[in-house]
Ligand binder design. Structure first.
Ligand SMILES: Cc1cc2nc3c(=O)[nH]c(=O)nc-3n(C[C@H](O)[C@H](O)[C@H](O)COP(=O)(O)OP(=O)(O)OC[C@H]3O[C@@H](n4cnc5c(N)ncnc54)[C@H](O)[C@@H]3O)c2cc1C
Length: 382
């Protein structure tokens, strides 16, 4: 049975010092009118803001200097990410590259991929998206049908991906592709490739979400040629790559802070004299948030030590996304505000948008049922 570990972590002084710097940077950006604090800020893309983050050294913070990184600790990075989300900064453009794709390239990419791509990510000028899901392959990723055929010097890819967040504005995506026929071992025969979205044979079509926004896409590969040195981690290692990547994807504060701005705004609406019910609900939500934060920093501490806390990360994502999904519902009932859409930037509007976004929080990055299956396996229950 897996032994769950959530050892307490004390943030080092360097990380605390960085918190003040990030707050000052964001205050400066706000004073210049560069952005409005947003709910789901890691879903809000603003390339100019990403570039400013790159100039400040806030992207690729833990990567080696020779690839444009800053050799800071995972806990220092944690503080930067947390402050960005707490202040509603539009970090979405560089989010995936910084959180997971760049790490994969650093660990498993060719030297050419590292030298060509990582410095651009660190500069806040190169954005990534994730090409895992397909029309008949979401939770069951081993069912991917997009396939690559070996040709001289590389591979030719044909097929399509869906729900690819931000692919229409990304420079690259990392795609999970079948490179050998499906056999008894369903997890064999898959490979991840780095896809340059500007090259011929790749195109995107928008898929509009519940509130009418264009975040995700269908991506189409039509005999797309990819060079051998844009394979990640070796041919056939796709499943291992994907599962390793998901540990980075699942444990961060982005998995419980998507609705943090709404929580803050709701507290402002309630004011300094909450009634008994408001005080009880606020107290409950804040206690949950504080606990989630401790669990998530503990995982950052383990990642820093080179561990792979995948089961712990699944637990944080499950509890965290349930929490962020609950926030709009609690305040809608508590404050008696009718959510609205398309009228103004007021509280009702924010509540309306968040209510429509909330169902996606427990789907993206792996559904609740899938995470609970992993946790149950970790507990030895299945
Ligand atoms: C906002 C958002 C952004 C996304 N961005 C991306 C992206 O950038 N890149 C990308 O590749 N994908 C992305 N996705 C896709 C996401 O990863 C999938 O939606 C998710 O993995 C579920 O797959 P599915 O939609 O095919 O549902 P299905 O896998 O068909 O699941 C349908 C239902 O059945 C349940 N279920 C399935 N299998 C089991 C099982 N074995 N046991 C118990 N229950 C099960 C699921 O929990 C779910 O409730 C995004 C999704 C959303 C909502």
């Amino acid at each position: 049975m897996h032994e769950f570990r959530f050892d307490p972590v004390r943030l080092p002084a360097s990380a605390q010092a960085l918190r003040g710097e990030v707050r000052a940077f964001i205050a400066e950006q706000l004073a210049q009118g560069r952005f409005d604090p947003r709910v789901n800020s890691w879903g809000s893309r603003d390339p100019a803001f990403s570039k400013a983050c790159g100039e400040r050294g806030y992207i690729g913070m833990c990567w080696p200097k020779e690839y444009g990184g800053h050799e800071r600790s995972a806990l220092e990075r944690y503080v930067v990410v947390e402050e960005m989300l707490a202040l509603g900064a539009p970090v979405g453009a560089h989010w995936v590259a910084d959180r997971q794709s760049g790490n994969q390239i650093l660990k498993h990419g060719s030297e050419r991929a590292r030298r060509q791509i990582l410095p651009q990510i660190c500069a806040g000028e190169c954005f990534f998206s994730i090409g895992m899901s397909e029309p008949d392959s979401g939770s069951d990723l081993a069912a991917v049908r997009t396939k690559a055929v070996k040709v001289e010097g590389g591979w030719k890819i044909s097929g399509s991906k869906v729900w690819t967040s931000g692919a229409h504005e990304a420079h690259y995506l990392i795609a999970l592709v079948r490179t050998a026929p499906l056999e008894d071992d369903r997890h064999a025969g898959m490979t991840q490739f780095i896809i340059d979205t500007a090259k011929p044979g790749f195109s995107t079509r928008p898929i509009y979400n519940l509130y009418g926004g264009h975040d995700f896409n269908e991506c189409i590969f039509d005999d797309y040629f990819v060079e051998d040195d844009m394979v990640l981690g070796g041919v056939g290692s796709g499943w291992r790559m994907v599962t390793g990547e998901l540990a980075f994807e699942r444990s961060g504060p982005d998995r419980f802070m998507s609705t943090f701005q709404l929580l803050l705004e709701s507290m402002r609406q309630i004011g300094t004299q909450p009634n008994e019910q408001e005080a009880a609900e606020l107290g409950r939500l804040i206690a949950h948030l504080a606990t989630l934060r401790r669990m998530s920093t503990s995982i950052a501490g383990q990642l820093e030590l080179g561990a792979n806390p995948a089961i712990e990360a699944a637990l944080v994502k499950d509890i965290g996304t349930t929490f962020e999904r609950e926030v709009p519902e609690v305040f809608r009932k508590l404050l008696g505000v009718e959510p609205s859409l398309g009228h103004s930037a007021d509280y009702a509007e924010n509540l309306g948008l968040t209510t429509l976004r909330a169902p996606s929080y427990t789907l993206r990055g792996g559904t609740r049922e899938i995470l609970r299956g992993m946790i149950a396996r970790g507990l030895g229950l299945r």
